[in-house]
Design a protein around this ligand. Structure first.
Ligand code: AMP
Length: 468
């Protein structure tokens, strides 16, 4: 097995990563670190949560330390661009842990925070600047920073930067960085637009791929519930959250308004929630993330814009409350779970008008997502599931593929051989719930396996809805 030293990193850096708790390099690190150290441009096709930040961060730090020139005032030697404030902050925090005990300076600049303060931070000269493209351009316009000394350029989550409309900003920035530089581009997916971007930004790059683009992290178990509409989604969500009191969930919606409304509803019905979306101030977003990271908040309601790149290893469940318009977003969303070697569960709700969106996601990923409950809308042709017609009743059709969904369509994680979290203290058979569907399978196939502790109305209501 390869270790960090064999990848070409020096003793000091190896000691630092060991202190952080990284013992074995991840695949993107094994493949990427030697390429970066060799000075070549790199395209890294890696899923979120694969250890990308260290894959580029560690060798860059190594190279910066090998050339100890101090940066001039208001310049930076390395520029890392990322699509969102949260991601910039996360990368900055990671890098800061890596540069402990070195003289290097890391700065990060994002919109929504005081530009004057950022301007002051940049005054002294920076070794590694992590930035969102918009705020960087604002600072350049104020002469707070020049890119003339950039030797290393990193475009992280490049596909998201394009999705969020940063292409013009990126073009502008590309004209300001010296032609003689090393460029690294990371993306979870590789649509044509990214290939075009790479062609214009990179020179003879080495392509490193740790898993096929568009595939979700292998460890994410995925399910879809077909539901009658928004109310049914909310009831189903509440049920699953209640059934998983120890879980930590991110719930994705398409709109800020929808996210806020759902957050308020869950809040007044007693759930531990916060929301994070574009209408929230930077301070509110940071507080929500911190509460969620610290475990004070169990469920985060998010839109895509706010949630890119969030790295919180304890996330056990990702809900696609609304399926995304852009199928790539699904891959990013579910990449919020199963991080750092853990398991994770991704549950999608598909309303009557969302069949096309589900089909797009399944096409992109090359899989059929196992059905946990409900009936597929008629416009969603899913020929790989001939047995769909044969099930017993609306709620019970856990028609799985490769046996995956059997027994765990309700969002519980597998903990032991029984596929049931230890200590839940529930009877295995739950005969009271057989009505919904799968007869003697031991667990009900829908998400109604466990009395919620709330009046039984939720459950009965949503069962009825599906049977209707
Ligand atoms: P990233 O893809 O950079 O967001 O990293 C995902 C998570 O994996 C982060 O929590 C990292 O701290 C963690 N991580 C990265 N590299 C390693 C490693 N070699 N060993 C253990 N954890 C790692």
């Amino acid at each position: 097995m390869t270790n960090f030293h064999e990848l070409g990193l020096s003793k000091n850096i190896v000691a630092t990563v060991a202190a952080i708790g990284y013992e074995t390099p991840t695949p993107i690190q094994v493949k990427g670190i030697p390429v970066v150290l060799s000075g070549r441009d790199l395209i890294g096709l890696a899923q979120t949560g694969t250890g990308k930040t260290a894959a580029f961060g560690l060798p860059l730090i190594e190279m910066l330390l090998a050339n100890p020139t101090r940066p001039d005032n208001r310049t930076t030697r390395t520029l890392i661009l990322a699509p969102t404030r949260e991601l910039v902050n996360q990368i900055g925090d990671n890098l800061r842990a890596f540069i402990k005990k070195t003289p290097l300076r890391v700065n990060q600049v994002v919109g929504g925070a005081s530009i004057g303060k950022q301007q002051l931070q940049l005054e002294k000269g920076t070794d590694i600047l992590v930035a969102t493209p918009g705020r960087l351009l604002d600072l350049i316009a104020r002469n707070a920073i020049s890119l003339r000394a950039v030797t290393y350029l990193v475009l992280d989550e490049a596909d998201q930067m394009l999705d969020l409309g940063f292409i013009h900003d990126l073009r502008k920035i590309s004209k300001m960085v010296p032609a003689k530089r090393q460029t690294l581009l990371f993306s979870a997916t590789m649509p044509k637009a990214i290939a075009d971007l790479a062609a214009s930004f990179l020179t003879d790059p080495v392509k490193v791929e740790v898993s096929p683009p568009g595939k979700a992290a292998d460890k994410v178990e995925q399910y879809v519930h077909f539901v009658a509409g928004q109310n049914a989604k909310t009831e189903m969500l509440k049920k699953i959250l209640t059934d998983n009191p120890d879980g930590r969930s991110i719930v994705f919606l398409r709109t800020k308004h929808g996210a806020e409304k759902l957050m308020k509803h869950l809040d007044i019905t007693g759930f531990s929630v916060a929301s994070i979306h574009g209408n929230k101030s930077q301070g509110q977003r940071e507080r929500a993330l911190k509460g969620f990271r610290d475990g004070e908040i169990r469920t985060l309601i998010a839109t895509d814009v706010a949630a890119r790149g969030i790295d919180i290893p304890a996330v056990s469940h990702v809900f696609n409350y609304d399926l995304p318009e852009v199928p790539d977003a699904y891959v990013h969303r579910i990449g919020r779970t199963a991080r750092a070697g853990r398991d994770g569960i991704a549950i999608a709700f598909c309303g009557p008008d969302e069949g096309r969106l589900l089909r797009d996601v399944e096409r992109l990923m090359g899989i059929d997502i196992p059905v946990a409950s409900g009936e597929a809308p008629s416009n969603l042709a899913r020929p790989a599931r001939p047995q769909r017609r044969g099930g017993g009743g609306g709620g019970g059709n856990n028609r799985n593929h490769q046996g995956q969904a059997q027994g765990r369509p309700d969002g519980r994680k597998k903990h032991d051989g029984e596929g049931r979290p230890a200590g839940e203290g529930r009877p295995a058979g739950k005969p009271g719930h057989r009505k919904g569907g799968n007869g003697g399978a031991g667990r009900p196939a829908n998400a109604h396996g466990k009395p919620s502790g709330r009046p039984g109305g939720n459950q009965q209501r949503s069962n009825r809805r599906r049977e209707a």
